[in-house]
Each structure stands twice: as C-alpha cells, then as structure tokens.
Design a protein around this ligand. Structure first.
Ligand code: LFR
Length: 491
C-alpha cells in the first residue's frame, strides 16, 4: 500500500490530504487543515509564507504521531506569486499577494513601454491578467523596489516551500508558465522577454516537469520534526494544473470548470493555441501534466461571494455559506446581473456596493437583501460559464456533451444546477478535492504506480462519486442568457 501526502494551498485555506492506494482505489483523509490569511502591512498585501511553512511542518508532525510512513509528498498552490532569495539563499521578504494594488495600470504601461500585447501573447500564450508575475515584477521595478537590487533567485510559492524543505531551487513547469515569462514554444524561460523587462535571466532556474523527483527533506528538517528523509515530488504545482489532472473524464476532448475562489474554465490541448482569436478572447495556455496545456479562461468565481460574506461578518451578520446559498435560492429569479469579470471585482473590499453600482450603471434595479445580492452573483456566474464555454468550443473547434466541475465550489449544489441550466447540458460534479487529488495522482505517476494521467483519471473516476446535474428550465435560462449578454455588453 502506498501512502503519500498532498499539500494544497488555496487563497483562503490550506490542507494536507493523505492518499492511500488499495486495490486500485484511492482513499483520502484530510490530515490537517489551516487558514491562509493574507496580511495587510502598510500599503502592501502579503502572504504569511512562514506560517504556511509552519503548517506544512505540522502536517508532517501529525504523520509521525499517527505512525504513518510516507512514500512522498507534493505541494500545489495558487499561481503567479513568488518569493525572491538573496545570494545567501535567504528569503528577502514576504511574497506579495496577487490582489495587491501595486500592479494597477502596470500592464498597460508595459504594453506601451516594453512589449506590445500581441508579441507578449505570441511569446507566452498566457492571458492578460493585471497580476501576472511579469506585471508584478514590472510594478516593483517601476517602484524602485530594493528587493530587486538584492535578489539572486526567483521561486514561485510552491517552489519556495519545497526549497525550504529540500534545499533544491527548482522551478516547476505548470506554475512557471503562469508567470507570463516562460515561452512554451522554446520550452524555456524567454530570455529575450526577460531582457526587455530588465529582469536578470540568472534569477530563473531549471524548469522541471510535473512528476519530477525533487529531492527529499533536508536533514535539518527531518531532524527537527523527527521524521524520515521523505522524498518530495514536484507535482503540477499550479493548483489548477492539479485540479485538471483530477478531472475524471473518459474522453480526451472534455470541458472542465475548476470551481473555487476562481472559476477556471476550458479544455486540455496538446499544443498551445496562439492565434488571433485566442488573444482576442483573452484565453490562456497554462502548462499541464504529460506535456498538455490548459486552454482556459479565468472567471472571477466565488471570490465575490466570499468577500460579501466577509463584509457581512464585519457588520456582525454571521451568515454561513450554505445559509447564503439558501437565501439566494429563495430570492426572485433573473432580477439583476453583473459581469463577474469586471475588474471592479478584483481587489478585496466592499462588494455589495460594487455589485449594486454595477447593476445601476446597466439600468437594472440593484439587489437589496443579502439573498438577492448573492442570487445576482451566482446567476451571473452561471451565465458567464455559458459564455466562456461557447468561446472554448469555438476556439478549440470542439463540441462538449457536458461540463466537468471539480473543486470545493461544487459543494454549492445550487451553482452546479444553475450551471447546467445555463449551459443547457449536463454538469458532472466531482471530485470536490480536485487539486489535492490531482497532486496525489501526479505523485503516483512519478512513482510508476500509474502509467500515465489516463490511468490516474480512470482510478479517480472509480474512487470518488460524481454527481450529474441535468439542465432544467432551459427556455427561461436561454432567454436570460440573451438578456445577460446585452446588459453586460458581452454581445
Ligand atoms: C486558482 C488560481 C488560478 C490563478 C489564480 C491566481 O487558485 O491558481 O489558476 O489564475 O489562482 O494565482
């Protein structure tokens, strides 16, 4: 029996999931769960990276107390954020949060001053999001950040945590692609792009594929924790890469929605799609497992509802997530919509006011009560899913019979049902722990337990329940979709 550990770090919480493989069936157990609260210090929103490392150690201590012998461990997290190391190997500062406002307006300045949109897309195949690593570094450069003077090495968040554990400074491919500094056609960091942005190529080290053995715990770490020198695998360290690895599909051509703080929708392709339309639709080609790419688009996701919830909490209104969903279900249907991807909703803050303003601006009656506000957001998400699914079909030249939904967001049954209604096709929901399970799967591929991603997906399909949501009220949702597009200016 093989027992391994997946650390999956999300933008609001992290977890360590134990995976056991018995009789070609995967059994998981949540060993450790912890909050991941970013910290605002002065003008900067930062990740508490040492706390995350501490929690990783707590997970290992729990395996020791339980007498569990691990064959390996892997770490995945959200993308684009990074740490900079000094020449002596020390971390120079807490990594910035991608929602920090220091990147505001920087993307446009980079297009004007360093590299045009078309060329940047042709070189990287990555969608334009203002917080991409390239723009974060450009923002720091423009602000004269002293960190850039001292930096010797660049590591993404999971690279950095893996480095703390093993001492190895390796860049993992799936996450490296999200920087918008990696050239998938060259299969390397884009040296010319780095030069144009004034970033030293020497900061960017060896890139390894998901499933690479990446050392084992340093003696100092295993000694401190009283555990063995456990092997560490570089999994698909971008959480979305891990989530897509866990999609329990039988078909090679499938559509997925990784549903959490973000909603990531797209399909898996063998080569990046770099044409004019991909650029116009602002689709991305993120590196995946086994040489694949994720042709997808970011949709703002449940972030808006998470922020609404936080804000109500601050006002002493302690709604649980299921409560909010229930209230949304009881609110009147099809009353008002937003485009969830309006940049207005990107930064943390007063979402209720922003949702209401957005509705007023588009001539709709702003939602009032919490249930109405949440209904407006969830319906808008479901309708936006249809829009992006249509773009995915048109761009990939594929037709999808339904949509695989994975990730914690599938616990929101109302959203799954409305998604099926909006797209007019079945939704297959599961597994909820997509990223952590994909992380486990790639470790087992690295160990030779699974031959490839297809054997892994087959085993995942046999091990976890997948719930089917058939579309309902198709006519009403189709009419709603047309009005939604007009109101939000999508067509
Ligand atoms: C999802 C995710 C997205 C990425 C966003 C920011 O957790 O990794 O794929 O665009 O977070 O890093």
């Amino acid at each position: 029996m093989s027992t391994i550990l997946a650390y999956d770090l999300g933008a609001s919480s992290g977890r360590a999931l134990l995976g056991r493989l018995t009789d070609r069936s995967i059994v998981t157990e949540e060993l450790h769960r912890f909050p991941n609260d970013p910290v605002q210090v002065g003008d900067r929103l930062q990740w508490d990276i040492l706390r995350l490392y501490h929690e990783i150690k707590q997970g290992l201590i729990k395996t020791k107390h339980r007498g569990i012998e691990l064959q390996s461990l892997g770490i995945d997290s959200w993308a684009v954020d990074f740490g900079l190391l000094a020449a002596n190997g020390e971390l120079l500062a807490n990594p910035y949060h991608y929602r920090d406002r220091h990147t505001e307006g920087v993307m446009e300045r980079v297009f004007a001053e360093e590299i045009g949109r078309e060329e940047l897309f042709a070189r990287t195949g990555i969608q334009f999001l203002p917080f991409n690593t390239a723009f974060q570094l450009a923002a720091m450069k423009r602000a004269g950040s002293p960190l850039l003077r001292e930096a010797d090495r660049f590591l993404m968040i999971p690279d950095l945590l893996r480095y703390f554990l093993t001492g190895e400074k390796l860049s993992e491919f799936s996450n490296a692609t999200t920087t918008q500094l990696y050239n998938p056609l060259q299969g390397a960091w884009d040296a010319e792009l780095l030069a144009r942005l004034g970033l030293p190529a020497a900061w960017f080290g060896q890139v390894v594929q998901p499933g690479t053995a990446a050392g084992s715990l340093l003696r100092s770490v295993s000694g401190e924790l009283g555990v063995d020198a456990i092997p560490v695998i570089a999994v698909a360290e971008h959480d979305t890469g891990s989530a897509v690895a866990a999609v329990p599909t039988r078909e090679r051509s499938f559509a997925y929605l990784s549903c959490g703080t973000w909603s990531l929708m797209g399909t898996e392709v063998d080569v990046p799609v770099l044409g004019e339309r991909a650029l116009a639709y602002n689709f991305t080609n993120e590196g995946g497992v086994g040489g694949t790419f994720r042709l997808l688009k970011n949709i703002m996701g449940l972030w808006i509802v998470q922020e609404l919830k936080r804000e109500w909490e601050r006002q002493g209104l302690d709604y649980s997530f299921p409560q909010l969903v229930r209230l949304a279900d009881q609110a009147p249907a099809f009353s008002a919509w937003i485009d969830p991807d309006d940049p207005l909703f990107l930064a943390a803050g007063d979402m209720r006011v922003r949702v209401r303003d957005s509705c007023s601006r588009t001539g709709q009656k702003p939602p009032e009560q919490p249930g109405e506000v949440v209904r407006c957001v969830l319906e808008s998400l479901a309708l936006k899913y249809r829009y992006v699914l249509e773009l995915t079909e048109s761009l990939s030249g594929r037709q999808f019979g339904g949509l695989h939904m994975v990730g914690g967001g599938i616990q929101n049954e109302l959203l799954c049902q409305w998604s099926a209604n909006a797209i007019g096709k079945p939704v297959w929901a599961g597994p909820a722990e997509g990223s952590a399970i994909g992380n486990l799967a790639v470790q087992w591929i690295a160990q030779g337990v699974f031959a490839d991603i297809w054997e892994a997906r087959r085993t995942i399909r046999d091990s976890f329940p997948v719930r089917t949501y058939e579309p309902q009220n198709s006519t009403a949702w189709a009419e709603a979709y047309d009005r939604f597009k007009t109101l939000t200016g999508l067509g």
